[in-house]
Design a protein around this ligand. Structure first.
Ligand SMILES: *Cc1c(COP(=O)(O)O)cnc(C)c1O
Length: 518
């Protein structure tokens, strides 16, 4: 104490260092790796949802800022509490939302990426991580058929925190291109010029991140035109055409179509080839929101659904959903990465400049997205794809889809469940319909009678869902399909088996019968 800082530094030690001696490092590694290994080895050890409450969780963690360190033992105990009081996304019967388990390889790669702590802004800042990310982006494009075999060989993109940020970036680039084409001075007008509103089009099943992005970009969410979907929840092409033409006649400026490649409610895939030719014919940007579903294109039995994907201008996909990558890992692909460069450069001149200096060592991700400092997201994706290989990952996705089809089959064949949407990818939407309302629905004289029975069923199924969620043996969430309450099981989990599906349907049935008997 008391020595000037420079002198201490000179001696090669400083009192304030946060470094740890080798033995302590080994101990840390032991404790944290052991916890992760135990977690991976016993995926069903804990209930899917913890038997706890907000008060109990607050009691555990709302502690004062520690003035002095607690030491490893206390920290490890607290971490074990964190694990116990979490929802278990790795549990084989976690079917809510789109929740995936992390692969062990991805998780350990995340640890290494954190230790290295690269700032992946550009090649100069992080040579290998930049190359790994650009390679991973290419692999992802190839996996989903957006690139390869002579198609879109010069496509590019970047990893994002998730699908919402990928969608936001895509719409920004699409709108900038539209503004450039209209000859607006972007340096003055920005996005808020006073011209007629720029409009974009998507089915009524579109993910909420799209209207949100329109709001953030200053376009306004009302400029996202919701086009009705057909009985299998795919966009109605005729209504899309009519809507665009009506808006053009009204003097508005349509600039983009957003296709859903896997809607979040039912997994429906819009007709991509038809949308691509429609968009091309009208000079509209085609963005495909594949955050949930695009990776299913690597499952051989699902590939045909994604026919036309390669014609899109941009595609979002989420490795943290269907590549079982630890959160957060989204990806945005551009058919022509220079379009993104132009959007961020802001001018036609910039467009050319970025394009010309696109040598590898001058490459910077900030030329194509909003972030400056960026974590090394690519390592966890790269490590898992390297370790398992694309074939094995595709087989896992294929099996997830087969399980959703199996579940739908069990639902359709049962007396007391009703299937509410075709299981296109990995999602099964259904509801519990016991004998009496089933008879009432069949005998209903008119729409009003049916509506009354349906709203009773909505309330019953909502209570069933909450009871299942609280029970901790399985977890389903819900979707609103044409105003009806659906129980929704989404399977993006390499641990789930047919036994888990059977058990889950039994858990749902039991919850429903218990409610009926109360
Ligand atoms: C999940 C999802 C998003 C948003 O992705 P995040 O990674 O959660 O930000 C967007 N679109 C669809 C269709 C999704 O399923």
């Amino acid at each position: 104490m008391g020595k000037p800082m420079s002198e201490e530094m000179h001696e090669g030690a400083r009192a304030s260092t946060l470094d740890l001696p080798r033995a302590e490092l080994e101990e840390l590694a032991q404790v944290f790796c052991r916890m992760a290994v135990d977690y991976f080895a016993a995926a069903e050890a804990l209930p899917v949802f913890p038997d706890t409450s907000a008060e109990k969780v607050a009691e555990l963690f709302r502690t004062p800022l520690p003035e002095e360190g607690t030491g490893l033992e206390t920290l490890a105990r607290a971490c074990a509490e964190v694990v116990r009081a979490s929802r278990q996304n790795g549990h084989p019967r976690m079917f809510g939302y789109v929740a995936s388990p992390a692969t062990p390889v991805g998780a350990f790669a995340s640890l290494l990426a954190s230790a290295l702590n690269s700032n992946v802004t550009s090649w100069r800042s992080a040579p290998a991580p930049t190359e790994v990310e650009r390679t991973v982006v290419g692999w992802l494009a190839e996996l989903i058929g957006f690139k390869g075999g002579g198609v879109n060989e010069s496509c590019g993109g970047l990893l994002t925190s998730g699908g919402s940020m990928a969608n936001l970036n895509a719409l920004f680039v699409a709108h900038r291109r539209h503004a450039r084409a209209g000859g607006r001075d972007l340096s003055r007008a920005g996005l808020w010029d006073a011209g007629a509103p720029a409009t974009l089009y998507a089915s009524d099943q579109v993910h909420l991140s799209i209207p949100k992005a329109a709001d953030i970009l200053g376009l306004g969410r009302e400029q996202v035109r919701g086009v009705p979907s057909d009985e299998s929840f795919r966009i109605d092409l005729r209504l899309l055409r009519e809507r665009v033409e009506a808006d053009e006649r009204a003097g508005l400026r349509p600039f983009c179509v957003v296709a859903s490649a896997g809607t979040v409610s039912t997994g429906a895939v819009d007709p991509l080839r038809e949308l691509a030719s429609f968009a091309r014919g009208r000079g509209l940007w085609l963005h495909v929101d594949g955050a949930y579903g695009a990776l299913a294109a690597c499952a051989p039995s699902k590939r045909a659904l994604f026919d036309g994907l390669a014609e899109a201008d941009s595609v979002s996909l989420d490795p943290h959903k269907w590549l079982y990558t630890p959160l957060g890992a989204g990806c945005l692909l551009f058919r022509d990465l220079a379009e993104a460069g132009a959007a961020y450069a802001g001018t036609e001149e910039g467009y050319i400049k970025v394009f010309e200096r696109a040598t590898d060592e001058a490459f910077a991700f900030w030329d194509y997205g909003a972030e400056l400092s960026r974590p090394f997201r690519a390592l966890k994706v790269w490590a898992a794809l390297s370790y398992y290989g694309a074939r094995r990952v595709a087989a896992a996705i294929e099996d997830d889809c087969a399980l959703a089809a199996y579940m739908a089959g069990r639902v359709a064949a049962s007396e007391d469940f009703e299937l509410l949407a075709p299981p296109t990818l990995g999602i099964c939407c259904f509801r519990y319909v016991p004998a009496e309302p089933r008879r009432e629905l069949e005998a209903a004289a008119d729409e009003e009678e049916r509506r009354l029975v349906n709203s009773r069923l909505d309330r019953l199924n909502e209570r069933v869902m909450l009871r299942v969620q609280r029970g901790g043996r399985a977890y389903v969430s819900n979707a609103s399909l044409r105003g009806r309450f659906a129980l929704r099981a989404s399977i993006t989990n390499f641990r789930t088996t047919r036994r888990d599906i059977d058990l889950t349907l039994e858990v749902v049935r039991r919850a429903a019968r218990d409610l009926e008997n109360e």
